[in-house]
Design a protein around this ligand. Structure first.
Ligand code: BG6
Length: 305
């Protein structure tokens, strides 16, 4: 485990090298992240909670692509390395940087896609992922950088799959648990199978049962700003923004909760724990410009807690 403490404020972060998954972020209000009590932490499965990194696909591979890459890609299924000398603790903040080279990703690439081991031998598709984590008295900052180290451009999606802990088993109470700030976003509702509705002024809550919706930014909106109700009268603020080749791209946001039924179907999630979490996940999703050789993309998430 990589433990980062900002001595000046006492805020701290724990990062599991498997997936560079942040599994704890403690600020003055206590723990902010949810990790399932049944989560595997031995590298046999992606960690169920915290902030798993999703790359290069969000969800399953495109239908008819023939790709056998697992859902949400390989970033969360491999051991990352701490960048030498990157761990620090100063008055302004504490932090660390982790990296994963495609060549070191032995799991989760599947076959029949540009990321597969057989394809990668050509050097056409390659990348280094860099994850910069910083914590100070007011926020946790996580920046994922994708560096194209191959000779071809590639398309990708990426996302920070943040699981917030909801106090008092209040996740289904709309007064206490919600995501506010997505008005005007176009909704892909994966539970109802409906796309194109526009999110209204009301905060998104979890009263509908299973919730699994992607919120795509309206024209001209780049950063996403969401207030998350996390029970116990507390809220946290999340801001996220992305770039491809140094140009801003819109940040989308996913809201997910499996409900009782979904929880019962997951081996690594306690049956009642759907009451203790809400996922609010910023990402670079949908059709975005390809990342050219030698170019970088970035996705930053700030959590003010
Ligand atoms: C969400 C997706 O981001 O992650 C859901 O929108 C998915 O469709 C959820 O069920 C959890 O995914 P996984 O692969 O970690 O079980």
């Amino acid at each position: 485990m990589i433990d980062i403490v900002h001595s000046k404020s006492g805020s701290s972060v724990s990062i599991h090298p498997f997936g560079a998954t942040i599994i704890s972020y403690k600020s003055s209000g206590g723990e902010n992240l949810f990790v399932s009590r049944l989560s595997k932490l031995d590298g046999s499965k992606a960690i169920r909670g915290g902030i798993p990194i999703v790359f290069p696909i969000f969800g399953p591979p495109p239908k008819d692509s023939g790709s056998t890459m697992p859902q949400h890609g390989f970033a969360r299924n491999n051991m990352w390395k701490v960048k030498e000398g990157s761990q620090h603790d100063s008055d302004s903040h504490a932090g660390v940087t982790l990296t994963l080279d495609l060549a070191d990703a032995s799991k989760g690439r599947g076959g029949n896609n540009i990321w597969s081991e057989s394809e990668a031998k050509t050097g056409a598709t390659s990348c280094q992922l860099i994850f910069e984590v910083k914590v100070d008295n007011e926020a946790l900052s996580t920046t994922m950088i994708v560096q194209n180290t191959g000779s071809d451009a590639f398309d990708f999606n990426c996302l920070l799959h943040t699981y917030y802990a909801v106090e008092g088993k209040a996740a289904q109470d709309p007064k206490q648990c919600y995501a506010k700030g997505l008005q005007g976003y176009s909704i892909i509702d994966k539970v109802r199978g409906v796309s194109g509705e526009i999110c209204g002024e009301d905060p998104v809550d979890l009263t509908a049962g299973a919730v699994d919706s992607v919120y795509m930014a309206p024209e001209g909106k780049m950063a996403v700003n969401v207030e998350v109700g996390v029970g116990g009268g507390r809220t946290v603020k999340m801001e996220a923004f992305g770039t491809i080749d140094d140009k801003p791209v819109p940040a989308s946001c996913v809201v997910w909760n499996p409900s009782a039924e979904g929880a019962a179907g997951m081996g690594d999630f306690g049956d009642d724990q759907y009451q203790e979490m809400i996922c609010v996940e910023p990402g670079i999703l949908g059709d975005q410009p390809a990342l050219g050789p030698g170019k970088k993309a970035s996705l930053t998430q700030l959590i003010f807690a």
